[in-house]
Design a protein around this ligand. Structure first.
Ligand SMILES: [Zn+2]
Length: 515
């Protein structure tokens, strides 16, 4: 197995340039006689979560980390029914359900990969989204990874690493992530041969893989997805492995597709169902699950966002100009045209797309694209269309719509509407860093300096950057008296948040000392 076959399942391949250094600045080589994780017990749920938070903190800062609300909303539409099914079936206990993050993180990486991290964080590469053709295929990979977390496979593996401090494991995982994205960086990221040896042992066993297949399949079908997606995804990966040995499919390095695994999955399919489920243009099997068209549009978005070669964008624009272009072609063409600076063409393709999309969800993805294009620098002014989309978005519930609606409100001189929608949103989603960042801008536009500075602090806290949050809360307290006293309620919140954040920093320091 390759180095990248760490405890991350199936293989890390994301987030290059992750800062793998432990936060306390010690280097693994300089720390002999490390205190142990525990006494032969599995890592506790709380300890696993703290370890995951520490890894997440570094990932949030990585340039390959992508907070894309459109893709994020789509992944949640797959993820939430899977998680609900896992809870119903007792695969995810109430304790795990409550204490782990269950958060999906998107990476810009083009390689085909998804992996579980400690603490219930899950990485999904753009490359995986780009190659899947149906929601069921993506759901099968997510269900498999979720099952590793639910079965506490990570905690079990970690308990084999008694001699390693959690911060050291965290930096090792981050090193492996960087190495997966950039093999040349492996040596620099992973210090010392003992870490490499330890990493070899932090790998899911074959039994764990089988268990994740079995439970993942149950979770996926329990959520209402067509179980054929599981077998199809295996088939797709197997075919890809024959055609492609370029390392673009790190998933295969750690998930060898033995005929045994495929046969095992096929045996689970009910005989009565047809050999293959509906294709990309079919209706969803159940209410609420994503449609094939929605998947095709989001997958097109992932392809364009993952592509750095502008000649490919030009190809996609050309394809979209054909009169029989499909919705996914129009989506890829419109977004590619925008990236090439062809704003008018981008909008023209996006309008053709909006006329073709059917179903609320796919139409929502098309409307979000239209807003994104209208809000981008140099876009032709279409005030009537922007106002119509803005009003619909501000009344919508999806994160992408709320974020785009707020930006449209600011762009059209309605910062107050943006503020009130974003404030309501952050009450329900206090860890939404993007919403806080937009609140900074909206408050600034209205001259609410204290609120803007506090929102900036919250944006940092949302990504576990406690130092950055504290710095801003102190700055808020140091504002001129006139600005502070104009808003006594906000000032009281700032004072209380500063105490919370200081407590977080003390906890983190104590964690480091213990180890
Ligand atoms: Zn696995």
């Amino acid at each position: 197995m390759l180095l990248s076959a760490a405890l991350l399942c199936p293989a890390p391949g994301a987030w290059s340039q992750v800062n793998g250094a432990p936060t306390n600045g010690r280097s693994p080589a300089a720390s002999p006689n490390l205190p142990s994780l525990g006494d032969g017990e599995d890592l506790t749920v709380a300890a696993e979560r703290r370890l995951g938070d520490r890894i997440a903190q570094s990932i949030y800062r990585d340039p390959d980390y992508l907070d894309d609300p459109v893709i994020g909303d789509y992944l949640l539409q797959l993820w939430q029914p899977l998680l609900a099914a896992a809870r119903r079936r007792g695969e995810v206990s109430p304790e795990l359900s409550e204490r782990l993050a269950w958060e999906l993180m998107i990476s810009r990486e083009r390689s085909v990969n998804a992996f579980a991290l400690p603490g219930g964080y899950m990485g999904v590469n753009l490359g995986l989204l780009a190659v899947t053709e149906r929601p069921e295929e993506l759901a099968s990979v997510l269900a498999h990874e979720m099952s590793h977390v639910a079965q506490r496979h990570i905690a079990r593996m970690m308990s084999n690493e008694q001699r390693m401090a959690p911060w050291m494991i965290a930096s090792m995982i981050l090193g492996a992530l960087a190495a997966g994205a950039n093999p040349d960086a492996a040596g620099a990221a992973i210090a010392g041969s003992s870490a490499v040896a330890a990493q070899q042992s932090l790998k899911f066993s074959r039994d764990m893989e089988r268990e994740a297949d079995r439970i993942g399949f149950g979770v996926m079908t329990g959520a209402g997805f067509d179980g054929h997606g599981f077998v199809e995804m295996f088939g797709k990966l197997q075919q890809a492995s024959r055609l492609n040995d370029s390392g673009a499919y790190p998933y295969l390095r750690t998930h060898p597709l033995t005929s045994e695994r495929i046969a095992d999955m096929q045996a689970r399919l009910p005989e009565a169902t047809p050999a293959l489920g509906p294709r990309a243009d079919a209706a969803p099997q159940l209410q609420g699950l994503p449609s094939g068209m929605q998947h095709a549009l989001v997958s097109a978005r992932a392809r364009v966002l993952a592509e750095r070669d502008s000649t490919r964008w030009a190809t996609w624009v050309e394809r979209a100009r054909s009169p029989d272009a499909k919705p996914a072609d129009l989506y890829a063409g419109a977004l590619s045209a925008q990236r090439l600076g062809q704003s008018a063409r981008a909008l023209e393709l996006s309008e053709r797309l909006r006329k073709l999309t059917t179903g609320d969800a796919a139409r929502g993805v098309a409307d979000a694209l239209a807003m994104e294009l209208l809000l981008s620098p140099g876009a032709p002014a279409q005030p009537a269309l922007l106002a119509e989309l803005r009003d619909a978005a501000l009344g919508a519930q999806s994160r992408a719509m709320v974020m785009l609606g707020a930006q449209a409100a600011m762009a059209t001189g309605q910062a107050e509407r943006a503020t009130s929608r974003l404030q309501a949103w952050t009450v329900e989603h206090p860890r939404d860093a993007l919403a806080w960042q937009l609140l900074v801008r909206a408050n600034q536009a209205q001259g609410h300096t204290l609120r803007a500075v506090r929102a900036d602090a919250e944006a940092h806290a949302a990504h576990y950057d406690w130092d950055g949050a504290l710095e801003r809360l102190k700055a808020a307290q140091a504002l001129p008296a006139a600005q502070r006293n104009a808003d006594p309620i906000e000032l009281a919140i700032v004072d209380s948040r500063r105490r919370d954040v200081e407590q977080r920093l003390r906890d983190a320091m104590r964690d480091d000392d213990k180890r």
